[in-house]
Ligand binder design. Sequence first.
Ligand code: G3H
Ligand code: 13P
Ligand code: ZN
Length: 322
Amino acid sequence: MPLVTSKEMFAKAYNGGYAIGAFNVNNMEIVQAITEACSEEHAPVILQVSKGARAYANHTYLVKLVEAAVINCPDTPIVLHLDHGPDFETCKACIDGGFTSVMIDASSKPFEENIEITRKVVEYAHEHGVVVEAELGTLAGIEDEVKVAHGAESYTRPEEVEEFVSRTGCDSLAIAIGTSHGAYKFTAAQCTRNEEGILVPPPLRFDVLKEVEKRLPGFPIVLHGSSSVPQEYVKMINEHGGAMPDAVGIPESQLREAARSSVCKINIDSDLRLAMTGTIRKFFCEHPDKFDPREYLKPARANIKELVRHKLIDVLGCNGKA
Ligand code: G3H
Ligand code: 13P
Ligand code: ZN
């Protein structure tokens, strides 16, 4: 099937109590790993491309890689989505350039300005059959050049969501309930430590989510910054020359709970990066004489695929839904 929008996907996810995985893609191996896992598990998927990915790999290369995945996985519904579109021009370039979904992220702007920019993108996107994700509230962490310090993040204010959605016409809304971008989501001061000395982050604000849900019944909610930072891969990185102390993510049990609610899209990027980096570091330590990129990218791709499979089944609950 050709690329699809997330409209039908989200309606089914909302009613079915599961979420669609939105995974960031930057190169061929990542596209292959994600889409092969989704195809084998009969899961719909959102492949998302950030501004940084477009700068790194080039818009056309990424679109063509995704088109190749569409050919290879003919039964898998695939959305091609712009992640954190910074302005109207970037969103327009993606709408004109084959994407079926865009995010306009004006969440750092004042409320009225966020509405104005989002509405402009929505008008253009809808004229072209493309859906739009917008954001209210600010996550901590790093995305592209934007770094929001811990403590400077702000939870979404539920009392603003109805006005925002009705005035912008956006198709889904990313909210801030305590998730955070990157592999260092929380400072040690924000966490407690478990018996193994691993940081335990503060729980997500399900009270904020419930309040949003009450005010926007049936409306798809999105969670960014939802990597769980698998300690298995942090350990692999640290045991093979890396140094990632206190990298900690969102517990998968909390994401599973979110996926059962109005949350229809869960963004996962850092976990895949950790799997790739850990696997390649280990490979180089174990095979210092090897230099063929295919030899170290192959196990990295295989491990990303298994990690995606685990997310589909154990976190998102979207396996078997395609
Ligand atoms: O939220 C951002 C995503 O993880 C993409 O990261 O901007 O480094 O491509 P990036
Ligand atoms: P993570 O850094 O937690 O993987 O979040 C990814 C994300 O939100 C992409 O938009
Ligand atoms: Zn994000």
